[in-house]
Design a binder for this molecule. Structure first.
Ligand SMILES: C[S@@+](CC[C@H](N)C(=O)[O-])C[C@H]1O[C@@H](n2cnc3c(N)ncnc32)[C@H](O)[C@@H]1O
Length: 585
């Protein structure tokens, strides 16, 4: 069947099975390289089928795990995550690498006004901020239904059903989870199991096929099958590559097929593809077809997670802690009440917030009584978390350039009872001229949103070349302003955190590397986050500062969180040159 236009949010969205809890997902992941090896041994489809079947057969065990997690939650003596990351004095200077032209922008150039329209940029809490003041989480509720109903149903699948499954499996019945008509894995299975030795067949379209004029749009079924065939060839190009065809011929076709099958522009498909090995790239694209779990953050200014969980359970909400790395997060499985309109929500006991959005604030680790700047703050998911960690002491300056968006920022600040927060409405490039000398600065930068495609599939087709020039340009300007706004002599802090909900290198490592080259008084430090993939220290022939390995990347397919990037800098005291040549801090 020929589909006229590849659809965003196509059937694959429904084929992924239940959304695992973040913890289960994290614990269950394998190193991508090991995964690739494993996949060479058994076809992906067989593995997935087994996993699907396992999900139901194992449901008793999962039920026990789920119940245990819930009871741990209620037993737990909760306290707000505490920062152990207080500044400990003078740090060493780092000698930075060579200046490279491509990512280099003169500061004068940066000073040119290149302000982006705020609507062009992406926010990881987009559903939150686009809505009206107190109804900004409606989109999340729909997602909640779609994403988690199925997951919960599987977790609680009845015993008799399990037995039926096991029996059916023993009798060799067709697996009910497999849609033989529209199944990405089926082609793979046939290929791997039936045609193992015939992989060398003509995978790429012939010259005639390429040249033949066609009014028909590309067939997604052909793309789907060919993606798998090309992956097989790329696994061992010397053995399976067709004579006269280069590896890059296969990669170019693969990117074209990915773009067609998953509904991306070729530009974006290529940009995202190049971040991973070919097989891991497919895992990433597949993960973008599946909604992330719905998560909420307990507002510790008003309640404790244990009490909140109990109150929500009493209202018919199924939930469990997100994972060991946060003491304030809860994952919602399903709910009989709208999560964005419970009395607890309206009373500000929690905020609906993506798990990935906790990460930059945990990295920032704000301390009580500090002065903190949140440079791009609306709608305030991170501002309100900062305020809570500071227990409403000190002062948080919550700035956003978009006045309209400051409404939802103010609304959240009020609802969550943050009384140490000042809202301002400047272009953040104007800091520190507006006000400076902060102990810590968070720059959760405007970005292209390539980490949140599952939430907003329009990103697949709406980004162009210019975005990946303009956005990094703005991000570099903002990051320099963030660095310049921090007091190097801060007794407790002196830190800057840079984050985006994008996974492109242009918006992350290249921006951080640029700042390191332009500001010799900062160095990268550990984020303090217990998980995450290290940032790139080189990429497509470009060498970055080696300390970029301290930054952290998050992907939907590895951690089941939105794609995200976090870097943490420490600003160092200026070195004062004495007349005799000695230096003193
Ligand atoms: C990723 S969102 C911030 C999300 C927010 N930190 C949160 O957790 O809710 C990026 C924000 O940057 C703002 N922005 C864009 N350009 C800006 C600029 N030049 N100065 C300050 N804010 C800007 C946008 O209006 C948008 O609200």
């Amino acid at each position: 069947m020929v589909r006229t236009k590849p659809k965003v949010g196509r059937k694959a969205r429904m084929k992924q099975g239940p959304v695992p809890s973040l913890d289960e997902f994290y614990q269950g992941i394998l190193d991508p390289r090991k995964k690739a090896q494993q996949k060479n041994k058994e076809s992906e489809s067989r593995k997935r089928k087994r996993e699907d079947r396992g999900a139901s057969v194992k449901s008793k065990k999962e039920k026990a795990v789920f119940e245990k997690a819930k009871s741990d939650l209620f037993d737990e003596e909760e306290k707000v995550e505490e920062d152990k990351n207080v500044a400990t004095g003078q740090d060493d200077f780092y000698v930075f690498g060579n200046e490279e032209e491509q990512f280099d922008i003169d500061e004068e150039e940066l000073e040119d006004d290149n302000e982006m329209e705020s609507d062009e940029v992406y926010d990881s809490e987009d559903e939150n901020e686009r809505g009206a003041m107190f109804s900004d989480d409606e989109g999340d509720e729909d997602l909640l239904e779609a994403a988690n109903q199925q997951g919960l149903a599987n977790v609680f699948k009845g015993d008799s059903e399990e037995e039926d499954e096991a029996k059916a499996e023993a009798e060799g019945e067709e697996d009910e989870f497999v849609n033989s008509d529209d199944d990405f894995e089926q082609g793979e299975e046939e290929d791997v199991e039936i045609n193992v030795d015939s992989r060398v067949t003509n995978v790429l379209p012939s010259g005639q096929e390429v040249e033949a004029p066609s009014n028909l749009p590309p067939d997604i079924h052909i793309s789907r099958t060919r993606i798998q065939e090309i992956l097989n060839v790329l696994d061992d190009f010397n053995k399976y590559g067709e004579a006269g065809r280069s590896r890059s011929d296969y990669v170019a076709q693969l990117i074209a097929d990915i773009a067609n099958y998953y509904g991306y522009t070729e530009l974006l498909a290529g940009k995202l593809f190049e971040l991973f090995s070919p097989r891991e790239a497919i895992e990433f694209f597949e993960a973008n077809e599946v909604p992330r779990p719905i998560t909420i953050r307990t507002n510790t200014l008003k309640t404790r997670r244990r009490n909140l969980a109990q109150a929500l359970v009493n209202r018919g909400v199924n939930l469990k802690p997100i994972g060991n790395w946060t003491k304030v997060g809860l994952q919602i499985f399903d709910s009989q009440v709208p999560i964005g309109a419970t009395p607890e929500y309206l009373a500000g006991h929690y905020i609906i917030q993506a798990a990935s959005s906790f990460l930059p604030v945990i990295a920032l680790a704000p301390q009580e009584n500090e002065r903190v700047l949140d440079m791009a703050a609306a709608p305030g998911g991170k501002t309100t978390y900062i305020s809570a960690l500071m227990k409403n002491t000190g002062c948080v300056f919550a700035n956003d350039a978009n006045k309209a968006r400051t409404k939802s920022l103010i609304a959240n600040i009020h609802r969550l009872g943050c009384t140490n927060t000042v809202v301002c409405n400047y272009d953040a490039k104007q800091f520190p001229h507006v006000i400076g000398g902060f102990d810590r600065v968070l720059l959760d930068a405007p970005c292209s949103g390539t980490g949140v495609i599952a939430k907003d599939p329009s990103v697949k087709t709406s980004r162009n070349e210019k975005d990946f020039i303009d956005l990094p340009f703005l991000q570099k300007q903002l990051l320099l302003a963030a660095i310049d706004s921090v007091d190097a002599n801060s007794k407790s802090g002196g830190y800057i955190v840079y984050s985006t909900c994008s996974v492109t290198v242009d918006e992350n490592e290249a921006v951080v590397d640029y700042a390191l080259r332009k500001r010799s008084d900062v160095k990268l430090v550990e984020t303090g986050l217990g998980f995450g993939v290290p940032g790139f220290t080189s990429f497509r022939g470009k060498e970055f500062n080696q300390k970029l390995s301290l930054t952290r990347r998050y992907y939907p397919h590895t951690y089941n969180v939105d794609g995200f990037f976090v870097a943490k800098f420490k600003k160092m005291k200026a070195v004062e040159q004495k007349p005799n040549g000695a230096s003193k801090t």
